[in-house]
Design a protein around this ligand. Structure first.
Ligand SMILES: [Zn+2]
Length: 322
């Protein structure tokens, strides 16, 4: 009997504490339409629009690999979030640490403004990302909080360890986002997202397979404008820059910006050329042949496997099949 009393008391106290916590968290009872996690982080409400979250290792990777497609989604009212998994604090030849991390966060926020997306930089040191349980939980929670339909990251075979482990962390979260008792403070996703890898040119152990290739011809200038905000990287040379490469006056700065635009145009044109067969398959012979700039993605074999029709729902700017 005595034990039951203690147990009941424990339950009552537990409920009171939980209720008090919930109240203190939001200042008001939870709104059923606006679910929040136990920790008070709001879950993106399901408004019928797509939720897309991309993980890049550094504050420039998402913009480089998916800036165009993000602008296309955003134009249609869909919700795109870029997460830089490290803070980029060794990504400059002359400055490092906190001041650089703050600067690079400001740069990606400016880029996000141009693209119409949300951007978050995690406070993990650049060059030191590890595929730990702690980081797996962080990624799992972020995917759940964004109520993601599509998740994008690097492939796990890549020259940079931070890129590689960002890919591994996405893979490690792919199943866990639906498991209720992992991170029970954040509601699990009811529907598995589609997980995608962003484009790269690495060959070992397998070359990139372009499953989805998107024409970004209509938003190429917008993408370049976003990249132009990342001056620490593309104007000042980033980690491998030098004093000799720094623009010394307004004219040299202008030239550096032009070089940035030319080089990323070439890069996006290369993606289109290398993925031409897929562009023709998705856009038809005539349009597919004429796409100038593209971004490409490979479907990860973990998570939901979309058929052709669902792929067109997830990428609504692809032309409808006749
Ligand atoms: Zn990177």
């Amino acid at each position: 009997m005595r034990r039951w009393h203690l147990f009941s008391l424990g339950v009552v106290v537990g409920l009171l504490v939980a209720a008090g916590f919930g109240f203190a968290r939001s200042g008001a009872p939870a709104d059923a339409d606006q679910p929040a996690t136990f920790a008070g982080v709001p879950v993106r409400p399901d408004d019928g629009k797509l939720g897309v979250i991309e993980f890049g290792a550094h504050p420039d990777d998402c913009e480089i690999r998916a800036g165009g497609v993000a602008a296309l989604w955003s134009e249609l009212g869909h919700h795109v979030k870029f997460v830089s998994v490290t803070n980029g604090d060794i990504g400059h030849w002359a400055i490092a640490g906190g001041p650089l991390a703050i600067r690079r966060n400001a740069e990606v926020q400016a880029a996000a403004e141009v693209l119409g997306v949300t951007s978050e930089v995690l406070d993990i040191h650049d060059g030191e990302l590890m595929p730990t349980l702690e980081n797996r939980k962080i990624i799992t929670r972020l995917i759940r909080q964004w109520n993601a339909d599509v998740v994008i990251a690097h492939r796990p075979n890549d020259y940079h360890p931070d890129h590689r482990y960002t890919g591994v962390l996405m893979q490690d979260s792919a199943y866990m986002v639906g498991v209720p008792f992992l991170c029970p403070d954040t509601p699990p996703l009811k529907k598995s997202p589609v997980f995608l890898y962003s484009y790269d040119r690495f060959q070992t152990p397998t070359p990139f397979r372009p499953d989805v290739v998107v024409s970004i011809d209509g938003v190429i200038e917008q993408k370049l404008d976003a990249l132009a905000t990342l001056e620490s990287q593309f104007i000042e040379g980033g980690a491998m820059g030098s004093a000799a490469r720094m623009p010394r006056n307004a004219a040299e700065r202008e030239q550096a910006h032009q070089r940035l635009r030319d080089s990323f145009k070439r890069r996006c044109a290369n993606v289109a050329d290398r993925c031409r067969d897929k562009l023709i398959e998705l856009y038809g012979e005539e349009k597919g042949k004429n796409v100038r700039f593209a971004e490409a993605f490979e479907i990860c074999e973990y998570g939901r496997q979309p058929n052709a029709e669902e792929l067109r729902q997830l990428f609504p700017f692809l032309p409808k099949k006749d």
